[in-house]
Design a protein around this ligand. Sequence first.
Ligand code: TNX
Length: 522
Amino acid sequence: MKPTIPFRFLMIIMSCAFGLGLGSCVKERPSVPKDLAQEALIPLPQSVHATGVSFAIDKDTKITYQQPDLAIFATDLSEYLGKSTGFKFSTKEANSPTVNTIHFALVDSIAQAEGYVLNITPEAITLIAKDHAGIFYGMQTLHQLLPAQFEAGLMTKDTVYVASGRILDFPSYSYRGAMLDVVRHFFTVEDVKRYIDLLASYKINKLHLHLSDDQGWRIEIKSWPKLTEHGGSTEVGGGVGGFYTQEDYKNIVAYAQKHFITIVPEIDMPGHTNAALSSYPELNCDGKAPKLYTGTRVGFSTLCTEKEITYTFIDDVVREILAMTPGPYFHIGGDESHATPLDKYIPFINRVQAIVKKYDKKVIGWDEIAHADLDSTVVVQFWAQEENAVRGIKKGAKVLMSPAKRAYLDMKYDSLTKTGLTWAAYIEVDQGYTWSLEEYAEGVHQEDIIGVEAPLWSETVSTIDEVEFLAFPRLMGIAEIGWTAAAKRSWDHYKLRLAKHQVRLDAKKVHYYKSPKVPWNN
Ligand code: TNX
C-alpha cells in the first residue's frame, strides 16, 4: 500500500518524537532557501557571504553570456534547468545581466586559475571567472544550490529558488585527482565516463589511468599489437580482461576534457610488466616469454633494463600514447620493482624520463623514482615512504600526495566491508577526511606539494558499483582536502554537509557506503 501524504507526515513526526534514528529530525531543505551560508556545499567554498533573500528561477528567466566562447555553458545550464522545470530558457550574448537573468562572464579581476565568484541577488545570478574552468566550477556550485531532483532530471514544474549572497571560491591546490586501476579488473569506456561525471561534480580535475600491470595491458599500441591482443586478454581471477582501442582512449580524453578533467596515463615500469613480457619474449633478459598472470602478487616482473629493444619499445609506447594525450603529464610508474636491482633501476628511470621529456611532457612516478635523477619538472607521487618524498624534494621535484593510510580508496572502511584490501589501514570516512596535505609528512611542505590524488586499485573490485561503493563518500572528502583551505575544514561541519548530500547521491544513483560516522537523513 502506498502511504497517503498525511500518513507519511505523521510517520516523520513520530520518528522525530521517539528519536528513531539520529538524522530523522533533520529539517527538509526549505522550498524557498534564503540562507546561503546554510547550503551544504562540497567542497566547501573559500568564502560564502549570505544576504538573506533569494533569486527565483521561473519561466521568464534568461541565460546570457558576455562572449561567444561561453555560449556552451549557457546551453548546458539551459538544458539542465529545462529538464526539471519543463521551461525553455533562452540563451544569448549580452554585456551585462538584466533583471531575471543568469549571466556568465570572464574577467581579469579574479586572480586564481579555476576560481570563480557567484553573485546571487533577487535580480540576477552572475557567475564570473578568470578562465573556463572557473565558470565550470561555479556551475557545479550552482547545481548544488538547486533542489536534488535536478540531479536526476526529475520534474518540479515550479519556480525554483536559490539563496542569495556571494561565493568567492578558488582551489587551494591545482592537482585534485583520482586514479583508477583498469588493469587488475578492466572497466569499460562507459564505466570510466560515469566515474568522470562524478569526479567533475566535486571539482576533481585529474583522472590518472593505470593502464598496464602484471595482469594486463589495456591500451592499444599500434606498433606493438600483441600487447593488447595477448596481454589484454585476462585480468585478476582469470576473466576476459579487455583494452581500450586508440579510438576509445581518445573518446575518454575528449569526454574528460569537456568535464575539465585531465587524463594522466600511466605505463608502469620496469616492474609490474608481466603482461608486456608475456606478449613479447624479446623484452625479457632470457628471451623467454612468461605465462600471463592472473594472481595478485606484486614485485616479481621486470623489463630487461640492459637491452636496447626495451627503450625502443618504451619510446614507441610513450609516443603513441602522448600523441593522444593533451594533458601535460606521463606517469612512468616505477613502484615495487623488487626484481630490478637498484643499480639497474636508477639508470633505467633516468632514460625513461628523458624519453618522456623528448615529447615535451612532465614525468610523474611513484615515490620510488626519487632514487633516480630528478629535476623541478618531475612529480613524485608519495604513497608509502616519506623518505622518498623528502629525497625527491631535495632533488628539486614536486610531490603529489597519495598516502595509502588516508587516501587509498581500495582500503576497506572497516572489518565488515566486503570488497577492498587492508594492508595500509581501515579507512573510515572520518579517517579519510581528517588530515591535511601540508601536515601529513615531516619535511613535505605546502610549497613542495602540487595536490592530492586518491588511487583505487582493483584487485578485489570488478564492477563500477563496487568502485562507487569504495569511492563514495571518501572521494568527496579528498576533493575537499584538495580544494578548501585546511584552516576552514572541520569534520563536524563536513559530516553534516555530507549527510545533506545523501539526497543528491541517491538522485545520481551512486552506490555509496552508508557510514555509521555520518548522520544520514534516512
Ligand atoms: C600497492 S600503490 C601498489 C599496487 C597495488 C596496491 C594495492 C602502488 C604504487 N603499488 O600495485 O595494487 O598496493 O593497494
